[in-house]
Design a protein around this ligand. Structure first.
Ligand code: ZN
Length: 175
């Protein structure tokens, strides 16, 4: 029997979510959007993804309300993609996947996450042990880890060499 293209026989909310974010590259586009990437070319250089695939993923994520397209320049017309609350709600999933990759695949630790206001590294569930709270996404600061290339070629990776809060827009024009 041929492998179907969807999970129609699965009455499961995981299957429903995977219908939207289960394609190759999709969650990495969302990850970059949470890191503050907004512009097509920045996604392109940071992900090293074929143009057609990126265009298709951005379109699908916009259609699903995970990204929102916003015009930032009129002539020539240019749009950027801003992650919505629906997309921000994927953050715990991405954080857990990263943790799983490190623990079970031995992936290098490229960055870690801390509570911006007190500096405490987040626990496994995104909590701050010092403040006794789950840290809201805008208050999460990402910090370069030892596995990160200290001299990357693309401007997005260069911008991510300094500690910065999630969602803070990355401006690569001066990077
Ligand atoms: Zn804290």
């Amino acid at each position: 029997m041929a492998l179907g293209k969807d999970y129609a026989t699965q009455e499961c909310s995981i299957a429903g979510a995977l219908e939207i974010v289960g394609e190759r590259w999709t969650l990495l586009v969302v990850r970059d959007a949470l890191y503050g990437v907004r512009r097509y070319n920045d996604f392109l250089v940071h992900l090293g993804i074929p143009r057609a695939v990126l265009a298709s993923r951005l379109q699908a994520l916009t259609a699903e309300g995970i990204l929102e397209k916003r015009r930032y320049q009129e002539s020539p017309p240019r749009d950027e993609y801003v992650v919505t609350d629906r997309g921000i709600a994927l953050w715990p999933t991405l954080r857990s996947l990263g943790r799983w990759g490190r623990e079970h695949l031995g992936e290098a630790r490229l960055r870690y996450f801390r509570h911006a206001t007190c500096g405490t590294e987040l626990g496994p569930y995104g909590e701050c042990a010092t403040c006794g709270t789950v840290v809201p996404v805008p208050d999460v600061e990402m910090v370069p880890g030892p596995g990160l290339d200290p001299d990357p070629a693309d401007p997005v990776s260069r911008a991510l060499l300094k500690p910065r809060r999630l969602l803070e827009p990355i401006d690569t024009r001066h990077a």
